[in-house]
Structure formats: structure tokens, C-alpha cells
Design a binder for this molecule. Structure first.
Ligand code: GDP
Length: 490
């Protein structure tokens, strides 16, 4: 813990902009004497006091509510003071500045500042303190940010579930079983003459198998949660006029429950987030991929290629009306060849037309290319050349359901179960590592002459990977990365 971690902190806790109510939040030791002096009255714990917030000249900056939560029964585990004022940016800034100013004023009894150390909070610092003071573990702290950032109802529900500790409890149960097995193995290390027989008798093999089954179940729920959180990046590619924009509009139009145009991408490539069955799909309609002398269009084409390299799924749109035009077919083939080359050079595994789950357990994702033939409404009797191609009409919506199902299938999505955990790629990765160490442990147990020290080591490493999820041994740099992505005041 750094020295600054013990200084009292203050921040505007509500979103920037105007609202009915805005909150300035403070946390730290020794808040109460200063706050009671400044506000001119005793503060009863967990009571709403309606009062003026005095400026330096004694005039009120605003009238509002002060709520005091004494340590340790507060969000951060420290003394917390919440000041609810009217939600204007200037009012809140004045209130925050006034807190800092009055805290630095001398206490007449001691001649020392009331709270000399009071400073502005860094992003995520309130939640970081809650974690450091054992009010929540790391997975729960991350769920705070995920709940705030949730863009779909399912994502919000699963974040709330993780915040309430369901994910952490599942990890804790797994850890308990793992520790039990570790104790058995460590005990045999101490009494080597009993070794393998002892493990047999204690059914170490059965325990390990049970552990692996439980890990798989948790991993599955966490992967679904990560998918709900991160969504799937889908790029629509193809020749100009194939109907890419039409397809995006139709997909978005039909699923318009939540459509968010992402700032900065609307001019040359259009990205929209839609949801299918609660899974956010970030769909990018690329600028027509063609050679051009137009400078602006060249930039669009360049960006389209960059977007393609980020893609998790590519929808390659063919124009069914051009199916019998050899020149158009050649252009499709040329774009496809370039696409395959780019996807490979972007470090992805070889592109495959097979419906490969995007979240491969080893973290390496193949980028599937789905062939979609558009304009089937105007091309009667059309038959696609590729066996698993989809045939649809962006204009009439015919065939769109099959496309949605294919996208969900590629995302590895199963029907959103009620028990999905909000998880992050970091958690999924850690669970995969646990699985690898357990597999190594199993290989030792299954070998004719198990090396018990190696078995013990694999189990120890499995537990370390598991601990990383809830932050039991969270390295400071890991904490820095996680909390710096929070907004100020959280
Ligand atoms: P993009 O350049 O690939 O984005 O293609 P657009 O979406 O702009 O569509 C090009 C042209 O094809 C427009 O005139 C559309 O109306 C037409 N179009 C798009 N989808 C369909 C479809 O499903 N059926 C028919 N008949 N025309 C379509």
C-alpha cells in the first residue's frame, strides 16, 4: 500500500453534466471533526441532514443533504461523507473546492489544518479502498465498473450477480476443494513411505476429476459473462453495392432495442452496437474495399482493412445479382484472398469457414468468414456455391433469422442462463490457466510413477491462478491497471 492510500480523498461522484442531484463524496480517516465544524452541526451516522453547505464567507453554496457513514460500515470501509447538492457542474465544483479549502484551514484548538492531506481522488480510488479494506474482493470491484458500463440488460444483471459475490463464492468453493487436495498431496510429501497408496485411499483422482468438472462449469458461465460484457466484433465486408449498409441497417432496425453509434467512426466506417439475445454485437460496415484514386476514399479503405484485422467474425457479402458475372466473381475472389492474407498477418489463426467458437479456450481465436449472398429477393432460384453460405435479402429481411443464429453460434453463445457471471477476459484466462495446471496434475497422478513434488507444484500454481481472480495475492501493478479504468468518484 502506498502512503497516499491513507490520505483522505474527495471527488464528484455523479456523472458530468447537469442532473437533479449531484454528489460529492469524501472518504478517509478523521473526516468527522472537520465536517461537523464546517457544516456547523453534529452528524448522526447514516442520517440525512438537510443543511446549507457554507462557502468561505458563510453564505450557502447550496442547500442539500449530508450523510455520514463512520468506518468500517461504509462503502470504502473508511469514514465516508456524502454531500448531495443540486446536480449542476459549477455547484458541484464549488462544493468540492470548498471541501478542500475548509479542510486545509487550521483547527483553532490545535492550530493545525483539520485535514491537511485531503486531496482529489484518482479514478476508481473509492472502490480500490473498498477492496483494500476487505469490503469486496477484486472480482466484485470489477463488477462495480461492469455494472456502470453495462450496455444490455443481461450484462447489467450478470454484473449485479457478480457484485453481490456469486462469482466470488463459486471461486471460493473451487479454492476450498483445491486446498483440500493440496493438503492431501503435501501430507504424502511429508510421509513418503505412504505416498501413492495414501493418495489412492483418499481418492485423490476422484477429487481431482470433481475439481475439473466444477472448473469447467464455472468457466462456461464466466465465458458467457465475458461475451455479454465484451460483445462480438463483426465486420461486414464485400464489394461496393453488395448491400453492406443495407444489411447493417436491417440488422439494427430489427433489433433497435439499443443502438449506439460509436463516436468517431461514423464518417468512413459505421459501427453500431446491436443486441441479439442480450449479446452485444459491434457491427462495422466497412467502406467499399476497392482500389480508388480518391484520397478520402483511400483512407476509408485503409481503415476498413484495419477494422477487419480486429474482427472476430467477418461477414463476406456477395451480390446474388452478380453471381453470373465473371468479373464480379473475380473481384470477390481477390478481396477474399486479400482478406485471408490480412487475417493471417494480423496474428489470427488461419481463417476458417467452419463455425469455430470465437472464444477458444486457449485464447487464440480463429476468425471465421461467413459467406452471405444478398439480394435473394431479386435473384430467384439462386443457389450459393459455398455449402454453408447464408442466402438472404437485406431489403425484405428474408433469411435474417438464420444470420442472427449463426452469429450467436459463432460467439459461442448459449441461451442466456440466469446464472451467468459477469466476467472479464482476465478471469476467463485465469480459469484456463487453472485448467492447464489441473491437467498437468492429472497427468502426474495417471503416470505409473507419479512425481509427487511436481503434482504438488501444479496444484500450487493452480491455486495461484485462481487467487488472481479475487485478488488474494493481487500484485500492485494489476490493481493499478484495473482501478485506473474506473471513473473518478467510483
Ligand atoms: P454497400 O455499398 O455494400 O453498402 O451497398 P448498399 O447497402 O448501399 O446497397 C447497394 C444497392 O443495393 C442499393 O441500391 C440497395 O437498395 C440495393 N440492395 C441492398 N440490399 C438489397 C436486397 O436485399 N435486395 C435488393 N433487391 N436490393 C438490395
Amino acid at each position: 500500500m502506498q502512503a497516499s492510500d491513507t490520505q483522505p480523498i474527495a471527488a464528484i461522484a455523479t456523472a458530468a453534466g447537469r442532473g437533479a442531484v449531484g454528489i460529492v463524496r469524501l472518504s478517509g480517516r478523521g473526516l468527522r471533526p472537520w465536517a461537523e465544524h464546517w457544516l456547523g452541526r453534529p452528524l448522526q451516522p447514516r442520517h440525512a441532514h438537510y443543511l446549507p453547505f457554507p462557502a468561505e464567507d458563510g453564505q450557502a453554496i447550496d442547500h442539500g443533504l449530508a450523510l455520514f457513514f463512520p468506518a468500517p460500515h461504509s462503502y470504502t470501509g473508511e469514514d465516508v461523507l456524502e454531500l448531495q447538492a443540486h446536480g449542476g457542474p459549477i455547484v458541484l465544483q464549488l462544493l468540492l473546492a470548498r471541501c478542500l479549502q475548509s479542510a486545509a484551514a487550521p483547527n483553532p484548538a490545535t492550530g493545525q489544518p483539520w485535514l491537511a492531506q485531503l486531496r482529489l481522488a484518482e479514478p476508481g480510488e473509492f472502490t480500490r479502498r473498498a477492496f483494500l479494506n476487505d469490503k469486496m474482493d477484486l472480482a466484485q470491484a470489477e463488477a462495480v465498473a461492469d455494472l456502470i458500463d453495462a450496455s444490455t440488460e443481461s450484462a447489467a444483471r450478470s454484473a449485479s450477480r457478480s457484485l453481490s459475490g456469486a462469482f466470488s463464492q463459486a471461486i471460493a468453493q473451487l479454492r476450498e476443494r483445491l486446498i483440500h487436495l493440496r493438503m492431501l498431496v503435501e501430507a504424502t510429501l511429508d510421509f513418503p513411505e505412504e505416498d501413492v497408496d495414501f493418495l489412492e485411499a483418499a481418492d485423490a483422482r476422484g477429487q481431482l476429476a470433481g475439481l475439473q468438472a466444477q472448473l469447467r462449469a464455472i468457466g462456461q458461465r464466466a465465458r458467457q459473462g465475458a461475451l455479454l460484457r465484451e460483445g462480438l466484433h463483426v465486420v461486414i465486408a464485400g464489394q461496393p453495392n453488395a448491400g453492406k449498409s443495407s444489411l447493417l441497417n436491417t440488422l439494427a432496425g430489427a433489433e433497435l432495442a439499443i443502438v449506439t453509434p460509436i463516436a468517431g467512426t461514423t464518417r468512413d466506417k459505421v459501427e453500431q452496437t446491436i443486441q441479439i439475445d442480450g449479446v452485444p454485437l459491434h457491427i462495422i460496415d466497412t467502406a467499399g474495399l476497392r482500389q480508388t484514386d480518391d484520397l478520402v476514399e483511400q483512407i476509408g479503405v485503409q481503415r476498413a482493412w484495419q477494422a477487419l484485422e480486429q474482427a472476430q467474425v467477418v461477414l463476406f457479402l456477395h451480390d446474388a445479382l452478380q453471381a453470373h458475372d465473371p468479373a464480379s466473381q473475380e473481384r470477390d475472389a481477390a478481396i477474399l484472398a486479400q482478406l485471408h492474407a490480412r487475417l493471417r498477418s494480423a496474428g489470427a489463426a488461419a481463417a476458417s469457414d467452419a463455425p469455430t467458437p470465437v472464444t477458444a479456450p486457449d485464447g487464440m481465436a480463429a476468425v471465421p468468414i461467413v459467406h452471405v449472398w444478398n439480394k435473394c429477393d431479386a435473384a430467384s432460384d439462386f443457389r450459393a456455391a459455398q455449402p454453408d453460405a447464408l442466402v438472404l435479402s437485406a431489403k425484405t429481411g428474408q433469411g435474417l433469422d438464420a444470420l442472427r443464429q449463426r452469429l450467436l453460434q459463432l460467439a459461442g453463445h448459449e441461451t442466456v442462463a440466469e446464472d451467468v457471471f459477469m466476467a472479464r477476459a482476465r478471469h476467463v484466462q485465469a480459469l484456463a490457466e487453472v485448467g492447464e495446471h489441473l491437467a498437468q496434475a492429472q497427468a502426474q497422478l495417471d503416470s505409473p510413477a507419479p512425481a509427487l513434488d511436481l503434482l504438488a507444484e501444479e496444484l500450487r500454481l493452480a491455486q495461484l491462478a485462481l487467487n488472481r481472480i479475487t485478488g488474494e495475492f493481487g500484485a500492485d501493478d494489476l490493481l493499478g491497471v484495473i482501478f485506473s479504468r474506473f471513473c473518478i468518484g467510483k
